[in-house]
Design a protein around this ligand. Structure first.
Ligand code: SF4
Length: 380
């Protein structure tokens, strides 16, 4: 642990030993020391984002066993938003101060590259400043298949139509033994990494995620980190790492052993120590709640995620945690850090040095403002 704190690289065997055996508080302190060293004069700041996930379709042929959101083609509960509806949601997000849109959806067999190009172009034409941090490795694989294109061709066309960066979704767990159990029809872990590497080489950066708690071993958790670090050594294209926990409702994996808050915090800390080549580490308030969110800022995380105006995928599986912008700022401040709104590139949009810097309370600025998967209090 001292070697990692001193800035030396640790290997996967050492990371596993820390993950399984290091005293919890010492692990948190070590991760926090590494975070402080990385951020230097900005180490007192923790960031948040205002964005909206627009889930454009729930129709999907991939049928992941952990997913509660999708419906198979021709299912009576299947839906796809029109471009007009997507634009309306973007406009609403812009009005509320969102800087980023995450378009995420099912693998609809009828949506080819032209549909995505038309959506991205329409959004960029209407809202040129809105950042499209959208889709992910799995969507690229699906579009390549439906449109008869290579991964590189799909990525270039999406980029040229307005995509700014890829979300890290679809990584789930990259170790194939467990990946095949939870998502047998999804591309392999190696293919997901290949798409990300191709995107990075074409100038499209991304984040990387990890869904913990579907029954993977501790060694597989560390192996997931190792696979990401290996690609990052070659490309430098992962901006952030975002671990989150599997949610057990309404899906076929119900009853599996979940990742506990302590397991999550340990993983977060080890990620900060092991992923020495990824700058940002986000704690998943969406799946673990505000308490773990605050603690995560003391276990290596520098970012508390988003005031997510809409999210329906993870929420469909049971994530019910909600917060508004005022709470987000308060959570960061009472965790002992200075809150700052960031953009997709982690540049500060607004630093809340004191409460005088906070915006007036707006009841619409809250997570799940318009999510269908979470019952929302009515807004005046
Ligand atoms: S996680 Fe994504 S790819 Fe898998 S079934 Fe759900 S919508 Fe489809």
């Amino acid at each position: 642990m001292q070697r990692a704190v001193a800035g030396e690289r640790i290997d996967a065997t050492e990371a596993l030993a820390l993950y399984t055996r290091a005293p919890l508080h010492a692990l948190g302190r070590a991760a926090d020391a590494v975070r402080r060293r990385r951020f230097g004069e900005n180490a007192a700041i923790a960031t948040y984002l205002i964005d909206r996930n627009i889930n454009y379709t729930n129709v999907c042929v991939t049928a992941c066993r952990f997913c509660a959101f999708y419906r198979p083609p021709k299912h009576e509960e299947g839906w796809t938003h029109s471009i007009e509806e997507i634009l309306r949601r973007c406009g609403e997000a812009v009005d509320l101060g969102a800087t980023q849109i995450m378009l995420q959806g099912g693998h609809h067999p009828d949506l080819g590259i032209e549909w995505y190009e038309a959506v991205f172009r329409a959004i960029k034409q209407a809202y040129p400043n809105l950042v499209l941090h959208s889709l992910g490795g799995s969507e690229v694989v699906h579009i390549a298949r439906t449109s008869g294109l290579t991964f590189a061709e799909v990525i270039r066309r999406l980029r040229d139509a307005g995509l700014d960066s890829f979300a890290g979704a679809g990584a789930e767990i990259l170790v194939d033994r467990q990946r095949r159990l939870i998502a047998p029809l999804k591309e392999s872990g190696a293919t997901w990494l290949e798409v990300m590497e191709t995107a990075h080489r074409l100038g499209v950066q991304s984040t990387a995620t990890f869904m913990m708690g579907t029954g993977e071993t501790n060694a597989e958790r560390i192996e997931h980190l190792r696979l990401i670090r290996q690609v990052q050594d070659r490309t430098g294209g992962f901006r952030a790492f975002i671990p989150w926990t599997y949610q057990p409702e309404n899906n076929h994996l119900r009853g599996r052993t979940l990742a506990t808050p302590v397991e999550y915090l340990r993983l977060l800390a080890v990620a900060r120590l092991f992923l020495d080549n990824i700058a940002h580490l986000q704690v998943s308030q969406l799946t673990l709640g505000k308490e773990v969110g605050q603690l995560g800022l003391h276990f290596g995380a520098d970012d508390l995620g988003s005031v997510m105006l809409e999210e329906n995928v993870v929420s469909s599986a049971g994530a019910r945690h909600q917060w508004n912008l005022a709470e987000m700022i308060h959570l960061i401040r009472t965790a002992g850090r200075i809150p700052a709104q960031r953009d997709t590139l982690y540049r500060y949009v607004r630093i809340h040095w004191t409460p005088d810097d906070d915006p007036p309370f707006d009841p619409r600025l809250r997570s799940h403002f318009s999510s269908i998967a979470v019952e929302s209090p009515s807004v005046a």
